[in-house]
Design a protein around this ligand. Structure first.
Ligand code: ADP
Length: 436
């Protein structure tokens, strides 16, 4: 069969959700030396056509998701597809269907079932420039009809989305409630195991009467004790997140020396004990005024950021903790930080590491609960080992605590690069107004 004069085989994109139709049209057109690319949905077709515009698009009209009319209209607004012939291929043969397809942007209209003998000729005629037409009056009429149809579809989609969103919110609430109840239920047995393991350790140490036997009862009881301690921390984190989510975190109002709690957190983490070689320095923290807030909660907030800085910075790297007042000039090399309410005095704490850094797109996400960036294969519960991760509750808890004190926490990093180590800078801003 003679074909239009293309340098290469004409490429036809066929969009149809029905695999049997696709098979039939594909067989037929490839036997006439066309190259056929298939797409199952309007959205898939859009992506394929945009990336590699075909010579002609065959468009099924009745499809779930974006239907053929809508896909065609969308294609017409993409510059590379503006002139590509689009031919509707549809079982709809009622009066006005052809005009509706043309009003949506199609150039032609072929009805199913296809006439096998004529079909390839028709495709060639469209490739050669044939276009179906209608009068201007008809076009006006069917465009009006089409826009009403689109608004109706939009309305029903919005209703569907709202219903789906309500369902998801209900499911999310059931899930959160379940997690909270489960965490509460776990607390009692954990406390018992914790107590008995400690007791067993003490009794066994006394009866073994030697310094330490590896694999002995005291050693094993000690290991159980440590594991239960970790389990307890996870359960507490989950309960804390539930309190934060429900806006029920109660804060004590006591004088807090921030230098003291940051030092205490660092001493507890003690990376050197785990053979980590890190240079940790503190700057100007002791010049900060006393903050009124919840000491333990704030200690936990800084502990989480510091533990991450240690975990994600390789040996030989450094962690700097700096503090200053928003009204004072920042320490050398640091930039001015804007407060949420200009003129309001705030304490700014910067925790700066030379670690693997955080992808720009993930810098907001990491404050969402259960979000752990990067590859979770290497996660371990170790608090100071390089690369060790947790369950992704540390930063959401930190954010909850800082926000409950009226403050803000955010991160800046040039991106994640486990080779170049661009580092991360976590800022905590605590307004003095609420705290004095
Ligand atoms: P996790 O319990 O996994 O440590 P967090 O909420 O504390 O959870 O942190 C969430 C994620 O943020 C971590 O899994 C890690 O990918 C990333 N992250 C946090 N702090 C740092 C940091 N200082 N450097 C690089 N990545 C970090």
């Amino acid at each position: 069969m003679p074909q239009p004069n293309y340098l290469t085989t004409p490429k036809i994109l066929y969009i149809d959700d029905d695999p049997i139709n696709r098979l039939l049209v594909n067989r037929l057109l490839t036997s006439y030396d066309f190259e056929v690319i298939e797409a199952e949905t309007g959205l898939e077709g859009l992506t394929i056509a945009r990336n590699d515009p075909p010579n002609l698009i065959l468009m099924d009209i009745n499809m779930p998701g974006l239907d053929g009319h809508e896909t065609t209209t969308r294609m017409r607004s993409i510059p590379v597809l503006e002139r590509v012939p689009i031919v509707a291929l549809t079982a709809r043969s009622a009066k006005g269907e052809r005009e509706l397809a043309l009003a949506a942007g199609c150039d032609g209209y072929i009805t199913k079932p296809i006439d096998i003998d004529n079909f390839p000729h028709k495709i060639i005629s469209y490739l050669e420039g044939h276009r179906d037409t209608m009068t201007n009056d008809e076009r006006q009429h069917f465009l009006g009809h089409y826009s009403h149809k689109l608004v109706e579809r939009l309305e029903s989609k919005i209703i569907e989305l709202e219903e789906a969103n309500n369902r998801l919110q209900k499911i999310d609430k059931i899930k959160s409630d379940f997690i909270t109840v489960a965490a509460h239920e776990l607390r009692t047995p954990i406390t018992l195991v914790y107590g008995y393991a400690r007791l067993l350790q003490v009794v066994a140490t006394e009866t073994e009467q030697t310094e330490f036997i590896e694999g002995g009862v005291a050693d094993l009881a000690g290991r159980i004790y440590l594991s239960v301690q970790r389990l307890n921390e996870v359960v507490n984190d989950i309960l804390n997140i539930s309190l934060i989510e429900a806006n029920e975190m109660r804060l004590l109002q006591e004088p807090v020396n921030l230098a003291e709690i940051i030092n205490a957190a660092l001493q507890e983490l003690n990376p050197a004990k785990n053979n980590r070689q890190l240079n940790i320095s503190l700057e100007r923290l002791d010049t900060l005024p006393t903050f009124i807030g919840d000491k333990n909660r704030l200690r936990q907030a800084f502990w989480n950021i510091l533990s991450n800085a240690i975990k994600y910075t390789p040996d030989g790297g450094s962690i700097e903790v700096k503090g200053w007042l928003s009204s004072a000039p920042p320490p050398d090399g640091e930039v001015l930080v804007s407060t949420s309410h200009p003129g309001e005095e705030s304490i700014i704490i910067l925790i700066k590491d030379t670690g693997i850094g955080i992808d720009r797109l993930e810098q907001k996400e990491i404050f969402q609960h259960f979000y752990t960036a990067g590859d979770t294969t290497y996660h371990s519960s170790n608090k100071t080992a390089f690369g060790g991760g947790g369950i992704g509750l540390g930063l959401p808890i930190t954010r909850g605590i800082i926000e409950a004190h009226g403050g803000r926490v955010w991160v800046e990093s040039e991106g994640r690069d486990p080779v170049a180590y661009p580092g991360s800078r976590f800022y905590v801003l605590l307004p003095l107004k609420s705290g004095r």
